[in-house]
Ligand binder design. Structure first.
Ligand SMILES: Nc1ncnc2c1ncn2[C@@H]1O[C@H](COP(=O)(O)OP(=O)(O)OP(=O)(O)O)[C@@H](O)[C@H]1O
Ligand SMILES: [Mg+2]
Length: 337
């Protein structure tokens, strides 16, 4: 239960086409993450899958059944939004059970399902409270609980953690990963946060301007980005892109237009190396040191060193890219294998 096939999904608002032919295959139990810049169509795609928005054309099949004419409530889907919109006058328990009550589920079954979800999400101590008496993270867990009690085969999450502070995001992220393992349900999850995408996903879908740029496992996208857009979007700090012509013969081979090298794949030395440069800014993060260099050959280059290194602004250094980790792109920004 919970497999999903999208074929040639298009969606236009007036003459503005927001989804430009989306094909996607999600297997039962998979954790799929949509990433992409603001406005690229992530929420619209989720809403189309949920049935809250009609596609202009294309087909949506859940467990092999075409659902275009199936109303949202009958699709076996539960959606968790960024703004969790709990009912302020209802307790946690009643907020979680409301959907079941409205669907006419018998009371003992509601009790049992809410109790199970509450224990899974560690919400037992808060069941009698109202949303105003909870922290943001607790409220978000109630919103997730409200989805779980419906026992959907497909969960849709639209940036569920973006209102939480950094520590709580990490904690809730772990809870969602655990929940996915326990429920074995299919999950589709939208996020801006690449750490969330890299750590939770079986499969990441990179969207750009209403179209899919690449689909792959987190490590596929990191190691083998299909084009400059994906290469620049996955990984932080961003990959360095250097016009091949700047590197002379070493770079300008055949169709190679741009060279890409990730900041963590560059070695630094005070004595010698491929690119001479000056440190223009150093970020000492403790676990990492990020250096921004102005180089003669490759312009601005970002370097990420593991651990603490005593480089400072104005130091003269030499950067050497790891040859095996270089990415090559053609004039159309496509990766050259
Ligand atoms: N109801 C609507 N009417 C007209 N245009 C809309 C409507 N909903 C969304 N859009 C437009 O569709 C595009 C995609 O919006 P969408 O909300 O799917 O983006 P998103 O990828 O979720 O962005 P974000 O990361 O900012 O949430 C945007 O240009 C948006 O303005
Ligand atoms: Mg959105």
């Amino acid at each position: 239960m919970g497999s999903l096939q999208l074929s040639s999904i298009r969606k236009a608002f007036g003459d503005h086409e927001v989804l430009k032919g989306i094909d996607l295959d999600v297997k039962e139990g998979e954790f799929v993450i949509f990433v992409g810049p603001s406005g690229c169509g992530k929420s619209t795609l989720l809403r189309v899958i949920a049935g809250l928005e009609d596609a202009s054309s294309g087909s949506i099949r859940i467990d092999g059944q075409e659902v275009a004419t199936v109303p949202p409530a009958k699709r076996g889907i539960a959606m968790v939004f960024q703004s969790y919109a709990l009912y302020p006058h209802l307790t946690v328990k009643d907020n979680m059970g409301l959907g079941l009550k409205q669907a006419g589920t018998p009371k003992p079954e509601i009790e049992q399902r809410v109790a199970k979800a509450s224990s899974m999400l560690s919400l037992d101590p808060y069941l009698a409270r109202r949303p105003a008496e909870l922290s943001g993270g607790q409220r978000q867990r109630v919103a997730i609980g409200r989805a779980i009690v419906r026992e959907p085969s497909l969960f849709l999450f639209d940036e569920p953690l973006s209102n939480l502070d950094a520590a709580l995001r990490v904690q809730t992220r772990l809870e969602i990963a655990r929940l996915h393992r326990r429920l074995k349900a299919t999950m589709i999850y939208v996020t801006h946060d690449q750490v969330e995408a890299m750590t939770l996903a079986d499969k990441i879908v990179v969207l750009n301007a209403g179209a899919i740029e690449q689909i792959g496992s987190p490590m596929d996208l990191y190691n083998k980005p299909a084009n400059i857009f994906v290469a620049g979007f996955i990984g932080s700090p961003q990959m360095n892109f250097i016009p091949a012509e700047k590197l002379g013969e070493a770079g300008a081979q055949g169709a190679v237009k741009t060279i890409g090298i990730r900041p963590e794949h560059i070695a630094l030395s005070r004595e010698s190396g491929d690119w001479k440069g000056k440190v223009i800014h150093a970020e000492h993060l403790g676990a990492d040191t990020i250096l921004y260099l102005e180089t003669e050959t490759a312009d601005l280059v970002t370097v990420r060193l593991f651990g603490e290194h005593r480089y400072a602004a104005d130091d003269i250094v030499f950067a050497t890219p790891d040859k095996a980790s270089i990415h090559r792109f053609d004039a159309n920004d496509r990766a050259i294998a």
